[in-house]
Design a protein around this ligand. Structure first.
Ligand code: NAD
Ligand code: TDX
Length: 332
């Protein structure tokens, strides 16, 4: 395996993955395909421009995907519409990119006999009660709640069916909530950091009791690289770093790290159908592949992330007003 095609490599996790591979695994030749929707930008890859090939294109474009897959040994498939709130306003791009896009990739890897690693989310399992001692594992039944998570669940099921029916050489990973540099400011953590930097109060949906299992994007990407190289074909691996925190705690930590009063935020309208809790049991990944997270202290990873948004104001500033206007229109 030498030539790797990364889909969605100009978005948050894909960009960090391209940086991770060029730094830690320089033996690979990388091609990145991204349509550069509102969350993806070729400029994100500026610092590794001479080390990658960038193709601006859509994963539903059968001819283009067929051609790129034929020229590479493996595909790491990140491209997706990724924001729950957007999926509640307009589900169609989610059906198109997440379901039809994954189908297009599957047909190409089937035709050319190439390796595929499919990136997915813990949201495919639905949610847990706050006091449930259980966490999600590889045998948890699918029970997605939102248009976003149901299209991701659909894409996972397509991959599983292509493995079983056509012997496609695929693995799947389902990861918990990521944070780190290059995350779009519509998402919870960067929205609050950039709110504070803009003199706007952080916004907590509903009660803020909801729990997410936070993982630094580099820990996610290290796991993806490991599964790509050593994962057993046909298997699913759950990725999580024991980072359960409720949203209220996260907002308070951000405020504290940014030198503000921890009560200086406001409650806004809740998300319809808001999932209560996600939690990952990553025993399989740790015991079979020896993965361990490097960012074990959430506050340290958050500090680094806050620094990144402070230093890269020009990256997010042009979008801030429009993002906040959109949220404000829906009472959030
Ligand atoms: P993102 O929205 O920041 O990036 C997605 C990228 O995919 C963007 O650059 C976008 O332009 C591209 N894209 C979308 N539709 C496309 C299409 N039809 N053709 C080509 N490119 C297209 O999202 P992200 O947070 O980086 O998520 C990446 C993947 O990881 C997604 O599959 C998501 O479901 C999964 N995931 C995300 C998280 C998280 O916390 N962010 C957690 C678990 C899994
Ligand atoms: O302003 C906000 N205030 C708030 O309280 C925003 C934007 C969010 N929230 C809450 C909603 C969630 O409980 O914070 C939590 C995290 O919200 P998001 O960042 O929108 O993430 P989530 O919906 O949990 O989904 C994320 O993790 C799983 C990613 O966006 C998905 O792509 C991934 O699959």
């Amino acid at each position: 395996m030498k030539n790797i095609l990364i889909t969605g490599g100009a978005g948050f996790i894909g960009t960090n993955f391209a940086y991770y591979l060029t730094k830690n695994k320089p033996q690979y030749t990388l091609t990145i395909i991204d349509s550069c929707n509102y969350a993806g930008d070729e400029q994100n890859l500026e610092d590794i421009r001479d080390k990658i090939t960038f193709v601006k294109g859509d994963i539903t474009n059968k001819e283009l995907i067929n051609d790129l897959v034929a020229k590479n040994d493996a595909v790491v498939h990140f491209a997706a519409e990724s924001h729950n709130d957007n999926s509640l306003n307009d589900p169609w791009p989610f059906v198109q990119s997440n379901i039809l896009g994954t189908y297009t990739i599957l047909e190409a890897v089937r035709k050319h006999g190439k390796r595929l690693h499919h990136i997915s989310t813990d949201e495919v399992f639905g949610d847990l009660e706050l006091d449930d001692p259980e966490r999600f594992n590889e045998n948890t039944p699918y029970n997605p709640s939102s248009p976003y998570s149901s299209t991701k669940a659909s894409s996972d099921l397509l991959v599983r069916a292509w493995v079983r029916s056509f012997n496609v050489k695929a693995t799947i990973s389902n990861c918990s909530n990521n944070y780190g540099p290059y995350q779009h400011i519509e998402k919870f953590i960067p929205r609050q950091i950039t709110n504070i930097l803009s003199g706007i109060k952080p916004k907590l949906y509903g009660s803020g009791e909801q729990v997410r299992d936070w993982i630094h994007v580099d820990d996610h990407n290290a796991a993806v690289a490991l599964i790509l190289e050593k994962g057993k074909l046909g298997e699913t691996y759950l990725i999580g770093a024991d980072g359960e925190k409720n949203n209220k705690e996260v907002i308070e930590t951000i405020l504290r790290l940014m030198g503000k009063s921890t009560s200086d935020y406001e409650h806004v309208k809740d998300r319809p159908g808001h999932d209560m809790r996600y939690a990952i049991d990553s025993t399989k990944l740790r015991s079979e592949l020896g993965w361990q997270p490097q960012y074990t202290k959430f506050a340290d990873g958050l500090k680094q992330t806050i620094e990144w948004y402070k230093t890269n104001q020009a990256w997010w500033q042009p979008q801030k007003d429009a993002v906040e206007a959109k949220y404000q229109a829906q009472g959030q």
